[in-house]
Design a protein around this ligand. Structure first.
Ligand SMILES: [Zn+2]
Length: 152
């Protein structure tokens, strides 16, 4: 990465980063040498992201799985397809930006839950109940109680 102002190489930090529609990431970088800012479009690494599941097996990160999970959780809730797609692309970008090539299914689930919680709490609880496989009604109610208490 070369700074267009002073020409120094690989001496910049990312100040903002967001996915574009054509599988690249738009990054605002700041040169640590001359402090000028510039924009780059970086192709998302071809290396796919692997998800390590609970039973230690790996599978390729599949955004469609998250989308279908989210659709189920958001059924008849005021959450649009655009918001669902937004959650998924944010998560993909977060993983790409972290430069990790592997995430555990637990990390992935937590990322989804954190984003969903801000959009719609009912959908969040639904997603969490499937995802965390609440063993009994009590665990489920505890989660609900935590949610309501956090609000006050
Ligand atoms: Zn520079």
């Amino acid at each position: 990465m070369k700074c267009p102002s002073c020409g120094c190489i690989d001496n910049s930090k990312v100040v903002d980063s967001r996915p574009t529609e054509d599988y690249s990431i738009r990054r605002r970088r700041e040169c640590l040498e001359c402090h000028k800012r510039f924009t780059t479009y970086e192709i998302i690494d071809e290396v796919p992201i692997s998800v390590i599941k609970k039973n230690k097996t790996k599978e390729i990160f599949d955004p469609n799985k998250i989308i279908s999970g989210l659709r189920r959780a958001c059924y008849k809730r005021p959450v649009s397809e655009v918001q669902i797609a937004g959650i998924v692309s944010e998560i993909e970008a977060d993983i790409s930006n972290s430069l990790k090539r592997e995430v555990t299914s637990a990390e992935l689930g937590n990322m989804v839950m954190a984003k969903l919680k801000e959009i719609d709490e009912v959908s969040y609880v639904r997603f969490a109940s499937v995802y965390r496989e609440f063993k009994d009604v009590e665990t489920f109610l505890r989660e609900l109680k935590m949610l309501t208490e956090n609000k006050q």
